[in-house]
Design a protein around this ligand. Structure first.
Ligand code: ATP
Ligand code: NI
Length: 334
């Protein structure tokens, strides 16, 4: 079988804090095939951003540290690369739209200068050719009057416009993989739809793959091929988007989908709250909030993944051999 474009295996990233060690990403694995969109979903604090930023080692060290696991991109183990080589990947073959876009744009250069610079950092093209490409990119992300606006400074753009410039920057070098962390959350619904359409087109034209983080399950339904559901640093469930929506299996996923928000609205909350990140519970991390918890859920580590049909698995003891056809779960499906 061919290797996936991105393969994240048993990734561990932690932070030293005054309150103790936060295992923000605690043994996370997922794959992304060329051209595929994998959505990371889960409540705030579940480790989505840390997982994304660990891929090209953007974690601030200290307080952060990637303590284990493997990240392979196009057959290359990224851990083996020097920081210079990694910089070639970042903004080159791997584009990244950050959740917190402050700092993505430099206030002292025009957006045009920054785009030209980003393109020329990775491509051996003339300034003129790079500027032509910058114009095309700004046009495609929906900046009107590009010939006027390209020489404006970031502060002259509204929040939504700035976010589109940030997306254009991430796309500047035609990445093979775009890591997009809540890229459209700040945008109004119309612009969001436009940006999602653009990303979709780029995938079709170029086979660009995406790791896409969002709280908006409406967006997930629209763009994901596969979904990775995270909770408290662990993966709870993963599967093809249709399977996860049609047959959510982990009680956490069921709870997330029950509070399915309308498009563009944030997730409503599930009863209870995330565990103390410095001292998560034994067993399944979700068990203290889980309506179906049985004593076995409180022991050991996060349960092994159980196949729940098709390309779909859940980390839940209720699907283990002792609990085949979990009645409690069935009764809950209303
Ligand atoms: N620099 C840091 N120092 C200490 N702890 C951190 C740091 N960055 C992240 N964390 C912790 O790591 C955990 C995971 O955070 P992360 O930002 O990945 O969550 P998230 O799923 O992206 O949430 P959100 O949906 O709010 O963006 C949290 O407990 C967070 O407090
Ligand atoms: Ni985040």
């Amino acid at each position: 079988m061919r290797e996936p474009l991105l393969s994240v295996r048993d990734l561990h990233t932690q932070f030293d804090t005054d309150d103790g060690t936060v295992k923000a990403v605690d043994g996370v694995s997922f794959d992304v095939e060329p051209g595929e969109t994998v959505c990371l979903v889960g409540e705030s604090g579940s480790g989505k951003t840390v997982a994304c930023e660990s891929i090209t080692k953007l974690i601030p060290t200290p307080p952060g540290e990637i303590t284990g696991g493997e990240v392979r991109f196009d057959g290359e183990d990224l851990a083996d690369l020097s920081s210079k080589q990694l910089r070639q990947y970042r903004g080159g073959r791997i584009g990244h739209v950050f959740q917190n876009p402050q700092g993505a744009l430099d206030p002292v250069y025009t957006v045009g200068e920054q785009l030209v610079e980003a393109i020329r950092l990775h491509r051996d093209v003339s300034k003129k050719a790079a500027r032509k490409r910058a114009v095309e990119l700004l046009d495609r992300v929906g900046i009107g009057d590009v010939s006027e606006r390209i020489d404006d400074y970031p502060h002259q753009f509204s929040g939504g416009m700035k976010q589109r410039v940030v997306i254009a920057m991430a796309l500047a070098c035609d990445p093979d993989l775009l890591i997009a962390d809540e890229p459209t959350t700040a945008l109004d619904v119309t612009i969001q739809a436009q940006v999602l359409r653009l990303l979709n087109e780029l995938q079709e034209e170029r086979g660009m793959a995406m790791v896409f983080v969002t709280h908006d399950l409406g967006v997930v339904a629209e763009i994901a091929d596969r979904v990775v559901v995270m909770y408290a640093g662990k993966v709870m469930e993963t599967g093809d988007v249709y399977q996860v929506f049609e047959n959510p299996s982990h009680p956490y996923t069921k709870a997330l989908l029950k509070c399915l928000p309308g498009r563009g609205r944030a997730l409503e909350t599930i009863g209870g709250s995330l565990p103390d990140p410095t001292d998560p519970p034994d067993g399944c991390r979700f068990h203290p909030r889980c309506p179906h918890a049985v004593p076995a859920c409180e022991e050991g580590g996060q349960p092994a993944f159980e196949d729940v049909g098709g390309n779909h698995e859940a980390s839940c003891v209720l699907y283990g051999t002792e609990h085949e056809q979990p009645e409690a779960l069935e009764a809950d499906d209303d």
